[in-house]
Design a protein. Structure first.
Length: 469
């Protein structure tokens, strides 16, 4: 079996490692060259750390992997520190690691297992047979400056994994468009030289006070990178009435201008530009399986609507996809297995992803809709911040740090909540619906560049455009 992976980010490199380690012929096509920067908060929760451990990827602090104890939340003049919970299924620490180093190390790890990683290969479209089955991809070859050389190359494969982020030209070329009935976020971030670079906590601001003390829309973070800089950024959801109407770079400037001067979050200490990216949430591109094609991570909208976390879900989806492919390859070696049998087996990947996170994302979509209402958010913060036990529960819910087999009170409550809602669908849109329509779903309606496909959601497009550097 031959597998092609489009994109060498966390999803692509993770899948490549597992597949190559199992003896599968796997090639990864990456449009840039390493090291390369990606817009991200650089924060890895215990859920992501678990995937790093499963990969066997070393992550010592001496090599730029900074451990943290948990979350520090700020709102309403209060601050509360919440250690990562003790859950048997997860490590009790998070990490801060810049994507500049993280992605390169993941790609190197995949290569060490035998995967072929081809840099400066920008995939422009998927190739398919007359019956619509994906059979490979076409890539434009780039020079060392990232410019197209005019040369293209076609790659054939039995299975293609689209791990090319929110823009996912692979899926878009097949008419798989993003869904406007799912949440979308925008994040902007930059780095500052700061004495807070060695903070032991991932700091989340649930309210953003501006220079004049008035609250700004969105939520923010301050993550100490440990190299003399802090990653400082903010995000806003399309459930907010301000979405698409603001210059988010300016919002970030106004927020940091109101911070204590000794933190050093000032223009003269800024390292690099303010850069932005879209956050595709709650399965906002489906179906996750088409004959010959699986969508991974951001390409399938696998960012949590609760907290904007995408790396852990990208790596998990890659592990799931690899497991189905490895199992399918073993079965296909037996007599009597047909292409139809293989397709039916791989189609279970989408069902499995939905079973794993569908109900959690349904709750997250409802949460995203609620926090877009300032009055609701203010009341929730006023009620929850003074009660540490409640906030600890909220952190476990938002970060999806529960043990499915545990009998603890918090685990049982979260399982009950998820059992009360239907799983968010990750199947194809109904054929009778216009491609850009806000299609009612089973659920509550509500790190990459801007989407390559056109969207009727002009606010989202303008928001992403405003954040691109």
């Amino acid at each position: 079996m031959k597998v092609l992976i489009v994109g060498a980010g966390p999803a692509g490199s993770t899948a490549a490692y597992y597949l190559a380690n199992a003896g599968i012929d796997v090639t990864v096509l990456e449009k840039t060259s390493f090291p390369r920067e990606k817009v991200c908060g650089d924060g890895l929760t215990p859920r992501a750390v678990r995937e790093i451990q499963k990969l066997g990827l070393p992550h010592p602090e001496t090599e730029g992997w900074r451990r943290n104890k948990g979350l520090r939340l700020l709102a309403g003049g209060r601050s509360i520190e919440l250690p990562w919970p003790e859950v048997s299924d997860f490590p009790q620490y998070g990490l801060i690691r810049t994507r500049l180093g993280f992605d390169e190390e993941l790609a190197r790890h995949a290569r060490s297992a035998g995967a072929v990683v081809l840099e400066r290969h920008s995939v422009t479209e998927a190739l398919h047979s007359e019956d619509g089955r994906v059979t490979g991809v076409r890539a434009a070859l780039l020079d060392e400056s990232g410019r197209k050389t005019g040369e293209t190359r076609d790659f054939a494969a039995d299975v293609v994994l689209a791990a090319d982020g929110n823009s996912t030209r692979t899926a878009v070329s097949l008419g798989i468009r993003k869904r406007d009935d799912r949440p979308l976020g925008v994040a902007v971030r930059t780095y500052f030289t700061s004495p807070r670079h060695d903070d032991d906590w991932m700091e989340g601001w649930l309210e953003l006070p501006g220079r004049d003390g008035k609250l700004l829309p969105g939520y923010g973070w301050v993550f100490g990178v440990g190299d003399g800089t802090s990653n400082v950024g903010l995000g806003i959801l399309n459930s907010s009435k301000e979405f698409g109407k603001l210059d988010y770079k300016q919002v970030l400037r106004e927020w940091t201008a109101g911070m204590p001067s000794e933190w050093g979050f000032t223009p003269e200490n800024q390292v690099g530009e303010i850069r932005g990216a879209a956050l595709p949430m709650g399965f906002n591109r489906t179906p996750h399986y088409s004959p010959g094609l699986l969508l991974l991570g951001d390409a399938g909208g696998m960012v949590s609507p609760f907290n904007g976390e995408g790396i852990s879900y990208a790596m998990e989806s890659a592990r799931f996809a690899a497991e189905f492919i490895i199992d399918g390859a073993a079965r296909s070696a037996s007599a009597g297995w047909t292409r139809a049998d293989a397709d039916a087996h791989l189609s279970r990947y989408a069902d499995y992803v939905r079973d794993q996170w569908g109900s959690h994302f349904t709750l997250g979509r409802a949460f995203a809709a609620l926090i877009g209402k300032p009055a609701v958010m203010k009341l929730a913060l006023r009620t929850g911040m003074p009660i540490p036990v409640l906030m600890r529960f909220v952190v476990r819910l938002l970060a999806n740090l529960t043990d499915p087999a545990a009998k603890g009170f918090e685990d049982r409550v979260i399982r009950v909540l998820e059992s009360l809602v239907p799983a968010t669908s990750n199947q194809a849109l109904p054929k009778t619906a216009p491609s850009n329509a806000a299609v009612p779903s089973q659920a509550v309606p509500t790190h990459a560049a801007s989407d390559a496909d056109a969207s009727s959601q002009s606010g989202a497009n303008s928001a992403v455009s405003a954040t691109k550097s």
